[in-house]
Write a protein that binds this ligand. Structure first.
Ligand SMILES: *[C@@H]1O[C@H](CO)[C@@H](O)[C@H](O)[C@H]1NC(C)=O
Length: 283
């Protein structure tokens, strides 16, 4: 009997510890608290008691928001449901950026398409004001049907882009080869929905169909795990602080790169006839 009681106590204890850990991770998804709507007037809105945010684009304007806080390293998750139907010509940008001419930036951009044709997920990284490190992907699902989680892991060793927890891109710190790496400037989170039909869909061939406006993208479940003061505390030994991907994540990354990557600056011979940037030698 005593041992049964002890076992039960242990189970209760484990559940309590688990729920307190999860609370530590799951709080903070309140758009009123974490973000400012910055442009587009009523085209940007927060609703559902702070749980949901939407951006719309019409003939007159797009819209955008930004985080109240700045972040220097961490794991940032956001769920997005992209413009449905004929979204050709629209771009939903979701990115981290610092300020100024020598800014750093980590970009997700979702390039819309006509109904039934695939979105392109465009990624880029700026360090010290210089970008030109594009990689593009198709997704393995329709990003307009449901919310999916888009994440950035950013620590001094690497930047990892993830989609539903599957890494799609890793940018390693190659400072030892003279490649600047974002690590000194804190960044804010930004998102905007805008018209880019000069270039976005099939390189600008397909134009925005304004008869389908307004176009709307939705956001929920923002979560940021960072180091602000708590990285040494017992339950915050964040996964994101790891310096390498584990074997399973590396396999998933290879799967995405093999099957869904449609552009990689590191293999674009036309663009770099005199040799690829040094960080490309990594692969
Ligand atoms: C749109 O669909 C066309 C045809 O399937 C495809 O070539 C293109 O990559 C898709 N995406 C964008 C954003 O152009």
């Amino acid at each position: 009997m005593a041992s049964l009681c002890n076992a039960l106590l242990l189970v209760v204890g484990v559940i309590m510890v688990m729920s307190s850990c999860m609370a530590g991770v799951a709080n903070g998804s309140n758009f009123y608290q974490d973000f400012d709507l910055t442009w587009g007037g009523k085209r940007a809105k927060i609703f559902g008691g702070g749980q949901l945010l939407s951006l719309s684009l019409d003939r007159i304007s797009g819209a955008g928001f930004q985080s109240k806080k700045e972040y220097l390293f961490g794991r940032i998750d956001m769920q997005l449901k992209l413009v449905a139907g004929n979204s050709a010509g629209t771009v939903t940008a979701y990115y981290l950026s610092s300020q100024g001419a020598t800014h750093d930036e980590i970009d997700f951009e979702f390039l819309g398409n006509v109904s039934g044709e695939p979105y392109i997920l465009h990624t880029n990284i700026f360090a010290g004001g210089k970008g030109e490190r594009e990689q593009q992907f198709y997704l393995w699902f329709d990003p307009t049907k449901n919310f999916h989680t888009y994440s950035i892991i950013w620590n001094p060793r690497h930047i990892v882009f993830l989609v539903d927890n599957t890494p799609i891109r890793v940018f390693r710190n190659a400072e030892s080869m003279g490649v600047p790496f974002p690590k000194k400037q804190a960044m804010r989170i930004y998102s905007s929905l805008w018209n880019a039909d000069e270039w976005a869909t099939r390189g600008g061939v397909v134009k925005t169909d304004w008869s389908k406006a307004p176009f709307t993208a939705y956001y929920r479940n923002f979560n940021a795990q960072t180091c602000s003061g708590s990285c040494n505390s017992r339950f915050s030994g964040g996964e994101w602080q790891r310096e390498e991907l584990d074997a399973y994540s590396r396999r998933r990354l290879r799967w995405v790169q093999k099957n869904f990557m449609i552009y990689n600056y590191c293999t674009d011979y036309k663009r770099f006839p005199h040799g690829f940037p040094p960080e490309c030698r990594h692969r």
